[in-house]
Design a protein around this ligand. Structure first.
Ligand code: GDP
Length: 194
């Protein structure tokens, strides 16, 4: 399957600074959950989005675009303890401003660590999304870190904790490429410009 031909457009501190798009999906999750790696895997590019071992520094909204104009939004990660309190305090209004103010948002991809998730913050995020009627797709990342013999149990545990059904979660690994084609197909469908 061909990769998503994404190009980086711009970074913004507020939703109001983002250029218009016909339709978009956004990705959010705990810092270090594998968001940058996933964007790179979807685009099959090594350094489109930054992959870092010192997470929590990129506190801006990043916009990537397909040739159709459809957008993929990389939202800053949450829950990284080493981020200064002042920056953490900026996170909520920035994310809420985006999620509540962006009419062309087709769906949010909520990334949860497939090995250890969901965290308390992931559950709070999902609750908040449900409360506000924002369509969310859960993506469990880094599944290559789960031993094959444990995978089935882990899937049940994670979906139950999220209050979802088995088929409601995309299971992916940016490292091995597992599940990436299926997720890419779903993202393409969400981003179809009508
Ligand atoms: P972000 O902070 O959410 O953007 O996360 P990154 O994409 O920067 O990844 C954080 C760390 O997790 C990096 O060390 C990545 O190499 C690692 N990582 C990301 N995706 C995977 C994956 O699918 N499998 C494994 N084993 N590690 C991953």
């Amino acid at each position: 399957m061909r990769p998503l031909p994404l190009e980086f457009v711009t970074s913004a501190g507020r939703v109001g600074e983002l250029p218009a798009t016909p339709v978009e999906v956004a990705l959010v999750g705990r810092s270090n959950v594998g968001k940058s790696s996933l964007i790179n895997a979807l685009a099959r590019r090594k350094q489109l989005a930054r992959v870092s071992n010192t997470p929590g520094r990129t506190q801006l909204i990043n916009l990537f675009r397909l040739p159709s104009g459809a957008g993929v939004i990389d939202l800053p990660g949450y829950g990284f303890a080493k981020v200064p309190a002042r920056e953490q305090a900026r996170w909520r209004p920035m994310i809420e401003g985006y999620l509540l103010g962006r009419e062309q948002l087709a769906a949010l991809l909520l990334l949860v660590d497939g090995e250890v998730g969901p965290t308390e913050l992931d559950l709070q995020m999902l609750d908040w999304l449900r409360e506000h009627g924002i369509p969310a797709v859960v993506v469990a990342t880094k599944i290559d870190k789960v031993r094959p013999s444990r995978l089935e149990g882990r899937k049940q545990q994670l979906t139950r904790a999220l209050g979802l059904d088995h088929g409601d979660v995309f299971w992916v690994s940016a490292t091995t490429g597992a599940g990436i084609d299926r997720l890419r197909e779903h993202v393409e469908l969400l981003l179809t410009v009508r």
